[in-house]
Write a protein of this length. Structure first.
Length: 169
């Protein structure tokens, strides 16, 4: 029995591949972090795991396709606060919220602020993996647009407001 199964997760039959995209996880529950780390790694993504928002913020921005799986309820600086803090600096990193104590106003707040998904524990691996795939694809597209803007040397208001996001310089 592996760790993911022991913690109630069914790992897909996808073999582990070389990581080339990062899935960040910020959750204060060690069993959730360990389970998600195994699941993510076995799907071929590179997991980076953090116990707090402050720990995550100390890591420099990754310039590869990535997403953030973020627990809403964190001690001190919570998930919604972290989302606000990184919203303008890391538009290429979609956020997938997970929570065991969510409510409708909380999910509306997260989605209005740009989250791509809001999952209530317990959730199935297939639901989370689908959300990660969609988030990574979105991240890849955003990074591609950013690279195109840098290559062209033409920065216009329209190019900076792509996807309804404003950029700060």
């Amino acid at each position: 029995m592996n760790l993911a199964r022991a913690l109630g997760h069914e790992v897909g039959s996808t073999p582990c591949r070389t990581p080339h995209q990062i899935v960040f996880v910020v959750d204060d529950d060690v069993s959730v972090r360990e389970s998600l780390e195994l699941l993510i790694r076995c799907e071929g993504w590179q997991p980076e795991i953090f116990a707090s928002a402050q720990e995550f913020l100390s890591r420099p921005r990754a310039l590869v396709p990535s997403c953030l799986i973020l627990d809403v309820s964190l001690p001190g600086f919570n998930g919604l606060d972290l989302q606000k803090r990184i919203a303008s600096d890391r538009i290429d990193m979609p956020i997938i919220f997970i929570t065991g104590h969510g409510d409708i106003p909380m999910s509306v707040q997260a989605m209005k602020a740009g989250a791509v998904e809001f999952l209530t524990k317990p959730f199935g691996d297939d639901v989370l993996l689908s959300a990660i795939r969609n988030a990574i694809e979105r991240s890849q597209a955003t990074l591609g647009r950013e690279a195109e803007i840098r290559r062209s040397g033409t920065v216009t208001r329209r190019s900076l407001l792509a996807n309804g996001k404003s950029w700060r310089w």
